[in-house]
Design a protein around this ligand. Structure first.
Ligand SMILES: Cc1ncc(COP(=O)(O)O)c(C=O)c1O
Length: 397
């Protein structure tokens, strides 16, 4: 990435994740241009829509039927509506620290940095204008606590439509569900007639060809994809079990003028072809692993406790010995060390997220020279932070 002063950066933000092949991938851009040749929107379905849907269904077994939207928010919002219609229930369960887009039902956040570790942290609306009354539909649980999940399902018996979960929390370090937790969540949903909604907006077509569901061997009832599917073009997917998806158009509304736009669809068609048929994702994971190894060596040699969270393709760097199991653990790490270090990294032309809760995203365009630049800068950033104390950081203990 080049800024307005012609400074060049190695970018690990990737526009919050989408640029899985790197920015302006010529193969995807060429396909997108051809997508425009046929028009833009038609108020009809097209052959390409079917071709992309068939590829998704092949890559993700739970995607028995597929619909397109424009953004992650739209897809998740539609999916919640669908789960509510299917079950005839209004409430939903959501993980503390998770993010599922900017629509009212999902706009709750917990300012964990302000929590004094006594009692329960307060949940706030993410924005003004969110009706506070909506809060009563949402039940919050901590990641990796199946007992708590079961308690909520029992307490609100017959009221919970769905569990909305992002098994690798892409807006919260990359905190990962333990495999047995996700399996327990699947079983509890089955037992209580709750729809399991897996949000793969960030993990989809990134952590594996079949997304986080393939990684864990757990299938959702409904799932959403966006970001990596179009390498930056605006497209998202709502998919899932046929029995539930068939309600769309039969009582449940979903659509919009620009859904399945020919440019975004053509970009997705090419991106998915590359992700399915080349070793792009293996290269992404390999780079991410080498990035972690390099950082680990620097931090270990300075005696700085740390751990990595998530998947090598979207890593969280966490300043404590043990990786966090839930959002409350983040509070117990030295995130101020990360914050101070990130500022030095920016000066050294490494564009990482300034907030430790957003993971580092890797693309197939990151190469050995990016890695060498990153390691050089990382060493400087760590040493500078240790030396200067950064903005109020304490040495990780
Ligand atoms: C897990 C998850 N769900 C939903 C969304 C919303 O997607 P969008 O920003 O495309 O509306 C995001 C965005 O970062 C996300 O990470």
């Amino acid at each position: 990435m080049t800024d307005i002063d012609d400074n060049e950066y190695v970018d690990y933000r990737l526009g919050y994740g989408p640029a899985i092949l790197g920015y302006a991938d010529p193969r995807v851009d060429e396909a997108a241009r051809k997508g425009m040749d046929v028009g833009g929107v038609f108020a009809l379905s097209t052959e390409r829509e079917l071709a992309v849907a068939e590829r998704i269904a092949r890559m993700v077994p739970a995607a028995e039927l597929v619909r397109f939207s424009n953004s992650g928010t739209e897809a998740v919002m539609a999916r919640l509506r669908l789960a509510r219609a299917y079950t005839g229930r209004d409430d939903y369960v959501i993980l503390e620290g998770s993010y599922h887009g900017l629509f009212d039902a999902a706009m709750w956040f917990t300012p964990m940095d302000k929590w004094n570790e006594v009692g329960e942290p307060t949940v706030y609306p993410y924005s003004e204008g969110v009706p506070v009354g909506l809060r009563s539909f949402a039940h919050f649980v901590q990641a990796n606590d199946a007992n708590q999940l079961e308690d909520v399902f029992k307490r609100a018996a017959g009221r919970i439509a769905c569990l909305l979960i992002e098994p690798i929390m892409g807006n919260c370090l990359g905190i990962a569900a333990e495999p047995e937790y996700l399996r327990a969540a699947r079983a509890l949903c089955d037992k209580h007639g709750v729809v399991l909604l897996i949000d793969e907006v960030k993990t989809g077509f990134r952590v594996a060809r079949g997304g986080v569901q393939q990684l864990y061997g757990v299938d959702a009832d409904l799932c959403t994809f966006a970001k990596a599917i179009g390498n930056g073009y605006p497209i998202s997917v709502l998919a899932g079990r046929e029995e539930i998806m068939r309600k769309l158009g039969r009582g449940v509304a979903h659509g919009g003028t620009y859904t399945a736009h020919s440019v975004a669809l053509a970009a997705a068609e090419k991106t998915l072809e590359i992700l399915e048929e080349t070793d792009a994702l293996e290269r992404v994971a390999d780079y991410g692993t080498r990035l972690r190894d390099g950082m680990r060596a620097v931090l270990q040699s300075r005696g700085i406790p740390h751990s990595f969270v998530g998947h090598p393709s979207m890593s969280g760097l966490y300043f404590a010995h043990e990786p966090p199991r839930n959002y409350r653990d983040w509070k117990r790490s030295d995130y101020s060390f990360y914050d101070a270090m990130a500022r030095v990294l920016h000066d050294e032309r490494i564009l990482c997220e300034p907030d430790s809760r957003e993971p580092w995203f890797v693309s197939a365009a990151h190469d050995d020279s990016c890695l060498a630049d990153t390691m050089r800068a990382f060493e400087i950033a760590v040493d500078t932070t240790l030396r200067t104390g950064g903005a109020g950081h304490r040495r990780p203990a």
